[in-house]
Design a protein around this ligand. Structure first.
Ligand code: AMP
Length: 504
């Protein structure tokens, strides 16, 4: 038996003398060099006691070595568990207690603080620093540059990715070799990736977008990656002329559009920009096209399912939609209360089934049963609708649904209208506790730079356009909407901030 994911993504690198990684200091790493690092790291994992099926948890900066740890973990038949570099020691403690990894790698600067956390979870601690040094690479240095991958099949687990957990505790989504490989294959085909592509990679690699969508697609097709430690506008502008494709979250694109250096000439040679992880405003889509001539390709996915839908490579990339279900992925819209499929055009729960859908939440069988149906459909928690042409739109998260006086209100419908109002840059609509209505619709606005917004005029304008129960009972203006690293608006923080607004 072979090692399914390793054989497809990493084994071919051993014969590849082309550049695989282009690093911010200009250094280049060839496929063959990277394959040798993977082999040494895999030996070092085994020497550290890692056995097939063990978890290897990491909280390390993005680097070529960090990517090699992922590959080495897969080679060793173990399960890769990357953690957000922003997590505190207390947060890391939860993940280590829950996943009980054999080995935990962290930055040397945090080792003293995290040592007791690792010890309490029974994990061995080693270090890997942003510059590639540390006790782990030191232990790997003398290891051989060849490693025979541990056999792993389609249903064996390759990674645990914890959900970002804005409500309740974060859950470990168990992803198999076939989950990851099938999605990389579909995306590579749909988005026409080849060995000639150079992907500008500025996403974090502790999240599905940067680790799987971006890295796996590029590795599978044998292309190169400009591997930047994070999104830095100057760096991105500097490297774009050498790239052919870029994957980003919407905030990457709004930040680039804020810079006059980002123009048509800079990206003339590019063939693809994709966006996901958070909604791309139709306005950003239009501004981007006007500035560059490129239409951003928006897609939709999540930690538990990899990617589910994509706008077409050829054909119309429709702004405000996330395109069609990917080949092999079944998508339906159901009544959140009954699970019955709704007629085309109605908004409801998005459910998906396919080889991309995860194996369940680690050690949370009851959560798994709540969200993963016996027939294989996963209840995404996203509310969406499908138009007559088959394009899927996301209306919002089910948990952001507002129920006011017994009526359901989808925030997106109101946000779209608020965004059109004079002086408004963007908005977030939330439900706040209200003595009469249960919840009251409330709008939080951000003004455009140098402009002001007139809340009373906006409320008056809305009254002609929305049913009374959908009209916000109040508006507030803030400097910025709170966002996480993937650009998602953290509505839970807004709900906390304005919680007492209608307290009776
Ligand atoms: P995560 O598991 O962190 O990747 O978050 C997944 C969630 O991000 C999905 O369930 C959606 O709510 C949201 N999401 C991802 N892509 C998009 C998109 N293109 N438009 C709107 N929401 C998105």
């Amino acid at each position: 038996m072979a090692n399914l994911l390793f054989d497809a993504l990493f084994a071919p690198l051993g014969e590849n003398d082309r550049r695989l990684l282009i690093l911010p200091d200009g250094r280049e790493v060839t496929g063959r060099q990277f394959a040798a690092t993977i082999a040494r790291f895999a030996h070092a994992l085994v020497a550290a006691g890692v056995q097939p099926g063990d978890r290897v948890a990491v909280q390390i900066a993005k680097s070529a070595e960090a990517l090699a740890i992922y590959a080495a973990t897969v080679a060793a038949g173990a399960i890769f568990l990357p953690l957000n570099t922003g997590y505190t020691a207390e947060e890391v403690a939860y993940f280590l207690q829950n996943a009980t990894p054999r080995l935990f790698l962290c930055d040397g600067a945090k080792a003293a603080a995290l040592a007791p956390v690792a010890e309490a979870a029974g994990a061995r601690l080693m270090t890997l620093n942003a510059d590639g040094t540390g006790s782990f690479p030191a232990a790997a240095a003398a290891q051989p540059g060849q490693f025979a991958p541990v056999p792993r099949g389609a249903d064996d687990l390759a990674a645990f990715l914890y959900t970002s957990g804005t409500t309740g505790r974060s859950k470990g989504a168990m992803l198999s070799h076939a989950n990851l490989l099938s999605n990389a294959e579909v995306l590579a085909r749909e988005w026409r990736f080849t060995a000639d592509d150079v992907l500008l990679h500025a996403l974090p690699i502790f999240h599905t977008h940067g680790l799987f969508v971006a890295s796996n697609v590029s590795l599978l097709t044998g292309g190169a990656m400009i591997f930047l430690p994070g999104f830095d506008r100057d760096q991105v502008i500097r490297w774009l002329p050498q790239a052919t494709a870029m994957m980003g979250v919407p905030t990457f694109y709004t930040r680039l559009l804020d810079d006059p250096r980002f123009d048509r000439q800079l990206v003339e040679h590019m063939r693809l920009f994709t966006s996901g992880s958070a909604p791309l405003l139709a306005e950003t889509h239009a501004l981007f096209e006007a500035r560059t001539g490129h239409r951003i390709l928006e897609r939709y996915g999540m930690t538990e399912t990899n990617m589910n839908t994509s706008n077409p490579y050829d054909g119309e990339r429709r702004a405000g939609t996330v395109g069609f279900a990917l080949p092999g992925v079944e998508l339906k819209i159901t009544d959140p209360a009954t699970g019955e499929t709704l007629p085309q055009g109605e908004a409801g729960m998005i459910e998906v089934r396919g080889p991309n859908v995860f194996k369940g939440y680690w050690q949370m069988p009851e959560k798994t049963r709540e969200e993963l149906r016996d027939d294989g459909f996963f209840i995404t928690g996203d509310i969406g609708e499908v138009d007559a042409d088959g394009y899927v739109s996301i209306v919002g998260r089910a948990k952001d649904l507002i129920i006011t006086g017994g009526y359901n209100v989808y925030p997106k419908e109101i946000e779209l209208i608020l965004d059109e109002q004079p002086g408004v840059l963007e908005s977030a609509v939330i439900g706040l506790p209200h003595p009469d209505f249960g919840e009251a619709v409330f709008g939080v606005l951000v003004a455009r730079k140098g402009e002001s917004v007139d809340a009373d005029a906006i409320l008056a304008a809305l009254s002609g356009r929305l049913a009374k129960f959908k009209q916000p009972k109040g508006l507030a203006v803030v400097e910025d909407l709170p966002r996480n690293t993937m650009g998602k608006v953290q509505k839970n923080l807004l709900r906390d901030q304005f919680r007492d607004r209608f307290a009776g």
